[in-house]
Design a protein around this ligand. Structure first.
Ligand code: MN
Ligand code: MN
Length: 467
């Protein structure tokens, strides 16, 4: 009897879909490669906290690898490496492929803006000899998370004569930092009755920037005057220059390893640098691809992709159209044969908040890059929903190349949801699917990802470009 009994364990292995912890599948060398790769990623996180900085850092790396600014209307040949810098806030890197543009392009599209606090146009005021800055939050944040943590100020100020002044205060070890206050628990009885989302209100996100008045100054607002004088000495700016500025308040802390095994990275801005960096390194490591390949690092995803640096603008389609048409191929023919990995994060299963995710369709830390067939909310509203055919193609490509991956849906049905740039890419008649890294504490000032997952994102984009 027993010798005829089927091998159920082997049968399960064959028939069940069972994503495994990547370190059970990878060799020690591959895990070490993931750890080594993430040292570069941590530097990127620290050097590129804003979309503008991400563009600068990426361009510098790309130029070292032979990328040159793209000229609209110029014909390029196979192997040429170009970049299209869209207003310093979004960027497309491309390598011309051996095949005709009529066969389409391969796109990895990630975003480089992250939730943060933007300064209001007229931000500075003094109240009881404390100088503060008014902010308007950018993207989906839990406001209470932004109080009582060290903050830095990044961005640009455009002076009346057109001069652009780059500002970065709070990142150097010796720099002062800034902070938003919270109420002491002793006096928070009324505040504690507020709901969590109302715990800190938008107009309470005021950044402390100074508290010492000019000595021997009898004027009102002598603290504000002192701070403006300091800014004037350092940057040559006056208060009216805030009117034409983009100044972003971001956490001042640096990326670091999390856990005794150092398997995770904690940082501000993983969403979506954790896909932008792998998309960038994938194209930097690509030479003479078969298809023309694009790494798109876009802006404005966190506020809905609107604006001319977001993917709801035509800048990517215009670039592809120009590439195609200078080679005698109509843009629409190129786009209909193109494929895109919409490279964005998904929620990782968090044991502490397990009930918001449906376990069989949730993404997990350390199980590789997460492929999300559809996003959206309440009946898939607002999703582009990749076809089974395209999902099938991506699935077999990843498996064939030994890339560890998993599927993931953003939370339980009707509990929430969200969108990415996928639908804006799909609107150009391009096949697109979401692929990214699972994140714990997404949109918090300090988010957490797994090193192996980051590396698998890099490998996925690389094989996509080579496939
Ligand atoms: Mn994102
Ligand atoms: Mn986001």
């Amino acid at each position: 009897m027993s010798e005829n009994k089927p091998d159920f364990s082997a049968m399960k292995e064959e028939l069940f879909y069972t994503p495994k912890h990547a370190s059970k599948v990878l060799s020690a060398d591959e895990v070490a490669a993931a750890d080594a790769y993430c040292e570069g990623y941590k530097n990127f996180l620290n050097d590129a906290k804003t979309e503008r900085e991400a563009v600068c850092v990426s361009v510098a790396e790309a130029e070292k690898n032979g990328f040159v600014p793209y000229e609209f209307g110029k014909k390029y040949v196979a192997g040429d490496k170009v970049y299209y810098n869209n207003r310093g806030k979004s960027i497309i890197f491309a390598i011309i492929g051996k095949r005709s543009l009529a066969d389409g392009v391969r796109i990895a599209a990630a975003h480089i803006d992250s939730p943060r606090l933007d300064l209001k146009p007229n931000p500075m005021y003094e109240d009881n000899e404390i100088a503060l800055l008014k902010t308007h939050y950018y993207g989906g944040i839990k406001k209470y998370q932004w109080t009582a943590i060290p903050l830095a100020l990044h961005g640009v100020v455009v002076k009346k004569d057109g001069t652009v002044v780059t500002v970065c205060i709070g990142e150097d070890e010796n720099d002062p930092k800034f902070v938003i206050s919270d109420l002491l628990p002793h006096l928070a009885q009324e505040q504690s009755k507020r709901t969590l989302s109302d715990g800190i209100r938008g107009e309470e996100l005021n950044v402390i920037i100074g508290s010492r008045p000019f000595a021997d100054c009898d004027e009102a607002e002598a603290v504000k005057l002192n701070i403006l004088k300091l800014l004037n000495e350092k940057y040559g700016i006056i208060e009216a220059d805030f009117l034409s500025a983009e100044l972003e308040v971001v956490p001042a802390f640096k990326a670091c390893d999390i856990g005794l095994d150092r398997a995770l990275i904690g940082s501000y801005g993983h969403d979506d640098r954790v896909c932008a960096y792998p998309a960038l390194t994938a194209i930097l490591e690509t030479e003479n691809p078969e298809y023309t390949v694009l790494s798109v690092l876009t802006d404005k995803e966190e506020t809905g992709s609107d604006g001319n640096t977001g993917l709801n603008s035509s800048y990517m389609a215009d670039f592809i159209t120009d590439l195609a048409e200078t080679n005698g191929v109509p843009g629409r023919i190129c786009m209909k044969n193109s494929e895109c990995l919409s490279a964005d994060v998904n929620a990782a299963f968090d044991p502490t908040f397990a009930d918001v995710l449906e376990r069989r369709n949730a993404a997990y830390l350390n199980k590789g890059i997460v492929i999300t067939k559809y996003t959206g909310s309440r009946g898939k509203g607002g999703t582009s929903d990749a076809s089974a055919e395209f999902m099938g193609r991506v699935r077999s490509m990843l498996d064939k190349n030994g890339v560890i991956w998993q599927i993931g849906e953003l939370g339980k049905v009707d509990l929430g949801g969200g969108g990415t740039v996928a639908k804006y890419v799909a609107s150009h008649n391009i096949d697109v699917i979401d692929a990214g890294v699972p994140v714990i504490s997404m949109h918090a000032p300090f988010e957490v990802v797994s090193k192996i997952d980051v590396y698998m994102a890099h490998r996925a984009f690389k094989v996509f470009f080579a496939d």
